[in-house]
Design a protein. Structure first.
Length: 686
């Protein structure tokens, strides 16, 4: 079947009947690893081991590795050194203020000396203000230092000259950090209200020689995010900074690589700052001087000491801020370091077996062999979605030019939408909402369907937002589909490309194993890619072997079995090699690339941890190690009823940690399989 454009769209029901998924996926069950083309292992004879991946998001830690091979960590919760917030941090004796490095100690000493000099010089001025603030200016001094309440009112000052004197003293003492304005007491007597001046009103911003104007255009900082995907985290940062106009604030941020959502991750971020300073960014993200809670009666404000003593707002902790001349770009990293705790580890077919010694020895040996021999570098299940229809199935429809079918796959009800718990009473709220939304779509109630879909269903809501418009025509399937955000649209076709790659690699390993190069393999060399033959196959290591990712820029060796298999896979899905680059929409024309068949991790270490409580943390985050009131995990006795495996290793960019775990355990890493393991795990019923 050749690529065609959706010129004569049929109704959604007809499209669902006519559209065939071939070998790519099934519509009546949650997608499995086999559906995504993953069938082989480097060491196929290992006995399956059960271990729950991401039972808690805190069981999965990711630390970005910078280009200089530095593993990024949050090593201090302190504000930017030498700034106003730093002074408040030192003066307040906040946790960590007494444990600073040499540079920070020098800055702290300067702060203390400057504070002492200012204190002596200002004594007379503070004394002069006392009569106008009830004889006690301590609250006013705290206000000027950025602590205490955000405003204070004087007693009644009927004399105009006295009021002018107070305004002048406040300007002199506060160094543009306070603003004073006229007000009246409850008795109607003239008075003065003194407020802490927000950064945007500071007079320093009008000074062309100030830091806001002269510093480099970007701020780089380290971000620890908790249980949020990268885009969501950046949107929250934009909201904190009040630069989120029309939802585009995330565009001011750049990263070297996206990180897992269900995890705690640490990475470097760049912010195009405008006139915002290091202090502005730290202040906004940590909500300094804002109420500690949303309760109407709350008067307590978030101080620097409070922010460095409690968990971060919205699970977003920033540290190590510095100005920079350039943003970050995707790929500007050496890889990622993973620290993963797998819970309730046991033999898959013998969950009640108490032979821990054998299990532990086996896992340690497996980790050693994976570091030595590597694992198959499959694209992970994240590429293929967790819904009723795999993302690469939608990709097939796009490459066929059948956008009516693509919409039907995304929006129409499927059997797998109801496999969770049978009836609505036992199903999660989001599952029920999706069922109802898809039913509304099937009945052409597009507005109702839009309202019913949870906000996390980005693609569905984007399509329905177009379809519910009075200007949309039912024949405009392409227009409705194109309303999906571009990155998500491209994800569908890239998922199919990944499926093809996985399938071809599985066939290569099934035929020849995964330990050595063979004739017909393609290897990457300093001079380009070459096809091996019998004379040189033994000269190259398996880590040099690559598999083409199909596209217009990649040519498969005609003398290899790859070309015929590639054509057969496409034919099974109603496509031809030309289909991958023939779309009328240029963004769906696949270019292709090459990807290593085998990936070898670095720095693999294994630790077996007995535990009793399924909810107790097994690993500590960077933030937790620095907070004063967060204790370290308490080791359980060696005979504790459950066993966890803590695994640490490093991978280069675009490699999937879950695929390494797949090789280690020899069990399915699909989200629905892991959810079932969690639900039925013995540590959930103890």
């Amino acid at each position: 079947m050749h690529a065609r454009q959706d010129d004569n769209p049929r109704d959604a029901k007809r499209a669902r009947v006519d559209f065939k998924l071939g070998g790519a996926a099934r519509q009546n069950a949650r997608i499995s690893e086999q559906d995504a083309g993953m069938t082989e292992y480097v060491h196929p004879g290992w006995e399956p081991v059960q271990g729950i991946i991401k039972q808690r998001y805190a069981d999965f830690l990711v630390h970005e590795i910078a280009l200089g091979n530095e593993v990024l960590h949050v090593r201090s919760l302190a504000p930017p050194v030498g700034g106003t917030l730093w002074r408040r941090w030192v003066q307040d004796g906040a946790p960590g203020a007494g444990n600073v490095n040499v540079q920070e100690e020098e800055a702290a000493l300067e702060v203390k000396c400057a504070a002492k000099e200012a204190e002596l010089a200002a004594t007379e001025q503070w004394t002069a203000l006392q009569p106008y603030f009830g004889g006690d200016t301590q609250a006013l001094e705290q206000l000027a230092c950025g602590t205490g309440s955000a405003s204070i009112m004087s007693v009644g000052i009927p004399d105009k000259a006295d009021r002018a004197k107070v305004h002048q003293l406040i300007r002199s003492l506060s160094k543009s950090t306070l603003a004073s304005e006229a007000t009246t007491t409850e008795d109607g007597v003239a008075a003065i209200l003194v407020q802490r001046m927000p950064p945007s009103r500071s007079r320093a911003r009008l000074d062309p020689t100030s830091e806001a104007h002269t510093a480099p255009p970007y701020i780089h900082f380290t971000l620890q995010k908790t249980n949020r995907d990268s885009q969501e985290a950046l949107l929250w940062l934009a909201r904190f900074l009040r630069v989120d106009g029309r939802g585009r604030g995330a565009n001011l941020f750049s990263v070297a690589g996206t990180k897992d959502k269900r995890a705690i991750t640490v990475q470097r971020v760049a912010f195009q700052r405008g006139q915002k300073t290091l202090d502005d960014l730290w202040r906004a993200v940590n909500h300094i001087d804002l109420p500690v809670s949303s309760a109407a009666h709350t008067k307590e404000r978030r101080t620097v000491k409070f922010a460095t003593s409690t968990r971060a707002e919205r699970g977003l902790r920033i540290a190590h801020l510095a100005y920079a001349d350039r943003p970050l770009q995707l790929g500007m990293l050496a890889g990622n370091q993973f620290t993963i705790a797998l819970r309730n580890v046991c033999w898959a077919d013998k969950p009640l077996c108490d032979d821990r010694a054998k299990l532990c020895a086996s896992l340690r040996e497996r980790a050693f062999l994976i570091e030595r021999d590597g694992y198959i570098n499959y694209f992970g299940m994240q590429r293929f979605g967790t819904g009723a229809v795999a993302t690469h199935a939608v990709g097939i429809a796009i490459l066929r030019g059948d956008f009516q079918a693509a919409l039907a796959l995304i929006l129409s009800p499927h059997e797998a939408d109801s496999v969770h718990d049978g009836d609505e009473q036992g199903a999660p709220p989001n599952v029920v909402a999706v069922r109802k939304a898809k039913q509304a779509y099937a009945e052409a109630r597009y507005g109702d369907a839009y309202d019913l879909f949870p906000k996390t269903c980005v693609a569905e809501r984007a399509v329905l937002n177009k379809m519910r418009s009075k200007h949309w025509l039912p024949t405009d399937s392409l227009g409705a589909f194109q309303n999906i955000p571009r990155t998500l649209r491209l994800m569908y076709v890239h998922a199919y490309q990944s499926y093809l790659w996985n399938s071809m690699v599985s066939e290569r390993v099934r035929r020849f194993g995964a330990l050595h190069c063979v004739a017909g393999d393609l290897v990457a060399t300093s001079d380009g890619h070459i096809v091996l033959d019998e004379s040189n196959a033994q000269q190259y290591g398996i880590e040099q072997a690559v598999m083409p990712m199909p596209g217009s820029d990649v040519h498969l060796p005609s003398q290899s079995w790859l070309a015929s298999m590639y054509t057969a896979l496409l034919d099974r899905d109603g496509l031809t090699p030309a289909s991958l680059s023939a779309s009328r929409q240029a963004e769906y024309r696949l270019k292709g690339a090459h990807r290593a068949i085998i990936q070898k991790p670095r720095g693999v270490s294994v630790d077996l941890i007995p535990y009793t409580d399924a909810d107790a943390p097994l690993v500590q985050t960077d933030e937790e190690t620095l907070l004063p009131d967060v204790p370290a995990p308490v080791p359980a006795p060696l005979d504790a009823p459950f066993l966890a495996l803590q695994l640490t290793f490093q991978l280069p960019p675009s490699s999937y940690a879950t695929i390494l775990l797949r090789e280690l355990l020899h069990t399915d890493t699909s989200a629905h399989v892991q959810a079932a393991l969690t639900k039925n795990s013995a540590d959930q019923h103890s």
